[in-house]
Design a binder for this molecule. Sequence first.
Ligand code: AMP
Length: 140
Amino acid sequence: MNVECRIWNVGGTQHTTFNILHSSWYSSSMEERTIFHKILDREIPASIVYEDDEVLAFKDIHPKATTHLLFVPKHFVASIADVTPETAHIPGMLILKAQKFAQEQGIRGYKLTFHVGKGGGQEVFYLHLHFLSEELLISS
Ligand code: AMP
């Protein structure tokens, strides 16, 4: 990590330039924040369809079905590949949330998918469950 910093004198043109060759706070607090962290923190907008204490669900920005939603846990795990005994309940929790949401919406047929790792088509390294259906949401 090489971050250039410049400090200008007030009212003058002189400045000091220096480089930070390695910055652990940058790599841990900024590089690893995914787009889903920013949606959860309301830093960027999303078309939210459901939220509770454990999960946020919103419409996929590039839908691959009539209804394409993403169920994202509020507890961060990067991928199914990173699930441990301590976080093993999260994938099941997401499935139950999607099942309940589908029942409430009257959606009878749907697909649930986890993409795992780059080779499995995962682009956003914040665990999420894809919900795809050819049926419409009540609100759409
Ligand atoms: P995956 O390939 O499993 O990592 O899926 C990531 C999904 O996130 C893709 O289907 C993207 O279309 C979707 N996506 C990326 N950015 C956004 C966004 N800002 N809002 C909603 N969906 C997004």
